[in-house]
Design a protein around this ligand. Structure first.
Ligand SMILES: O=C(O)[C@H](CS(=O)(=O)O)OP(=O)(O)O
Length: 290
């Protein structure tokens, strides 16, 4: 089982595998799953005038862009009430375009993602495919070069994992393996993905309080444990420090000790902050308070 990104990745696989799974979580793949659950048939298309012509010629509804406020669009929620048996031309710049580009290739193309990973795996098993490729769609920069999309990596990982569980004997390429890891460690990846944004938004240092906070901290702690291969700092996709190999070899005890040292450091810092705040208060009230 191999994995490559975007249109070029898909083209590379077109003549080499039995099934290509195109993963575009936001929004093409997700919209396809919703439409199909409603009993609709979907025609992927890159869009433009030709999409209008196609919709007219097959008497289908043409989906609008994701920001359309009325009627079916690329937004999955807009398809929740699609009448059964609808014919839907679904243009989108990434997932739909990639799927459309493989239309004449001798390969089965399926839309996959977080919602239908198990169904995709069953399909691959049932058709007896031996060579499978997963293609996270990603997005485009203004110059049309590929832009990495985190949700597509995780969606591709979900598909890879289900395929591994369902189809015996599928060998994972390193890229497929990396996606599966990203799916398996969402808490760890989230810590990396969310914190820099929180810092930019001026939320530095703020953590959710109460039960929600304890849950987040507990999960983060679990992801840091050695059993699951380490936490955010050791995430094979996100860590640029080059330390992951050594850390992965650490015993549970060593990791525990590291946690203990960090905890002591944090407590010491909190004590120092408290003392500084008390000194400031005393200065402000001119020695009249304690
Ligand atoms: O739904 C999307 O996010 C994009 C369209 S756009 O980036 O919002 O214009 O399409 P997709 O091909 O599903 O990534």
């Amino acid at each position: 089982m191999d994995l490559e990104w975007g249109l070029q990745g898909a083209r590379r696989f077109a003549e080499r595998v039995d099934v290509v799974v195109v993963v575009d979580v936001l929004s093409f793949s997700t919209s396809v799953t919703v439409a199909c659950e409603r009993g609709a048939r979907v025609w992927p298309h890159p869009g433009g005038e030709e999409a209008h012509a196609l919709a007219r010629s097959i008497e289908a509804v043409l989906a609008g862009t994701r920001s359309h406020t009325s009627g079916p669009s690329l937004s999955p929620t807009s398809l929740l009430d699609l009448p059964e048996g609808s014919r839907l031309v679904l243009p989108s710049p990434n997932g739909s375009s990639i799927t459309h580009a493989l239309m004449n290739a001798k390969v089965a193309v399926v839309a996959g993602g977080l919602r239908n990973a198990a169904a995709v795996a069953r399909y691959v098993r049932d058709v007896g495919a031996e060579r499978v490729a997963v293609v996270p769609a990603g997005e485009r920069w203004p110059d049309h070069s590929l832009r990495f999309a985190y949700e597509d990596l995780v969606g591709a990982g979900a598909v890879v994992r289900r395929l591994t569980e369902t189809v015996p004997g599928l060998f994972r390429s390193p890229e497929a393996e990396a996606a599966a890891l990203a799916f398996a460690e969402p808490a760890a990846a989230r810590r990396h993905a969310v914190r820099p944004r929180a810092r930019r938004a001026g939320l530095r240092g703020r953590r959710p309080a109460g039960r929600a906070g304890r849950r987040v901290r507990r999960r983060a702690g679990a992801a840091r444990g050695p059993v699951r291969g380490g936490g955010a700092a050791e995430h094979p996709l996100l860590d640029g420090s080059g330390q992951r190999v050594e850390r992965r070899d650490e015993s549970a005890q060593q990791v525990g000790e590291r946690g203990g040292v960090r905890g002591a450091q944090r407590r010491e810092q909190a004590r120092a902050r408290g003392a500084a705040a008390r000194r400031t208060r005393r200065r402000r009230c001119d020695g009249r308070c304690r």
